[in-house]
Write a protein that binds this ligand. Sequence first.
Ligand SMILES: Nc1ncnc2c1ncn2[C@@H]1O[C@H](COP(=O)(O)OP(=O)(O)O)[C@@H](O)[C@H]1O
Ligand SMILES: [Mg+2]
Length: 348
Amino acid sequence: MTTLSVIGNPANRRVTMFVRAALDAGLPPPRVYAWRDVLRGGPLPGPGEVVRIDSAGEDAEVDRLLRGAPAEAEHGEIIGGAAAYAGLAAALHRVEAAGATLLNAPDDILTMSDKRRCHALLSARGVPVPPALPAVTGYDSLRAAMRSAGWGRVFVKPAHGSSASGVLALTAAPGRVEAVTSVERAPGGRLFNNLTIRRYDREADVAAIVDALAGDGLHVERWFPKAGVDGRTIDLRVVVIAGEPRHVVVRASRSPLTNLHLGNARGDVARVRGLAGTRAWDAAMETCARVGAAFPRTLMAGVDLMFGSRWERYAVAEVNAFGDLLPGVLDRGEDTYTAQIRAALCAV
Ligand SMILES: Nc1ncnc2c1ncn2[C@@H]1O[C@H](COP(=O)(O)OP(=O)(O)O)[C@@H](O)[C@H]1O
Ligand SMILES: [Mg+2]
């Protein structure tokens, strides 16, 4: 019988739900390799093991190990995204070399975890994405690039960010600038990820935030006006498993940032489907399948799909390598982890 393993932070809910799904499927208990041990040179899964690689996020010590930084970042501080990404790349390549069967290919995880590379790949595959600005190195370069593109509204995203951390919805016009974001700028200029959405309208503050984030790389896209339902902005998280769009959650927000941990609500999928109409809905799901096909060595991809204010338009905001934490959402009676385990066992 196949033995499943997982590399992740053991307390992480994605890990515990995956383990639970394996036990419920009648499999032996998966072996859990903690990222903190893997990063300290501990044992790696080897030939004969089938491995889910889970996120290394949400653990301060693992983050320090990834960044190779002895200095303590404060809780929630937005710091060192590029260094953490480099550490992750090195670790994933060691995991790959150890010879286990991986459910998600390291190169795909790394592409999804760099919004610039992911956007370029999707764009090359003809997947609809909002247009992006060429490399932005700071606030002045951002404003210059916006002027030459003729864009007044953009989304500024840390290249290696997730969970809306460091994302700014930015509107700029002559003499006026406004950024909507979960970034909190502390006295002294350090940036923190916060659960409260803030508005900054002093240009000096916005410039300081953008300049601080730019050191770790930025991806800037034109603001895609998202569909609204009952006065809330919405988008979808679509979990693609083995190439098939499966579990869907509507994320509804009073701000332009829909990430659920920001206190946003789950919306009604059937209602959104009705508003979009069969043709647009099917085309959007077909697009999600094409995103999955862009990552052929990866079992699961979490696609953030935006419908436009005119429902027949849609675009992909990003692809999440670990975007399957949708507790309580079933498709064909399976949660996201059970669906992946079944798909994986059929393939192995
Ligand atoms: N180009 C865009 N136009 C409008 N909204 C966007 C755009 N890009 C992202 N968003 C919104 O911003 C939020 C976070 O964006 P996302 O790209 O998914 O980054 P993260 O990894 O931080 O979740 C989501 O609510 C998404 O709908
Ligand atoms: Mg997202």
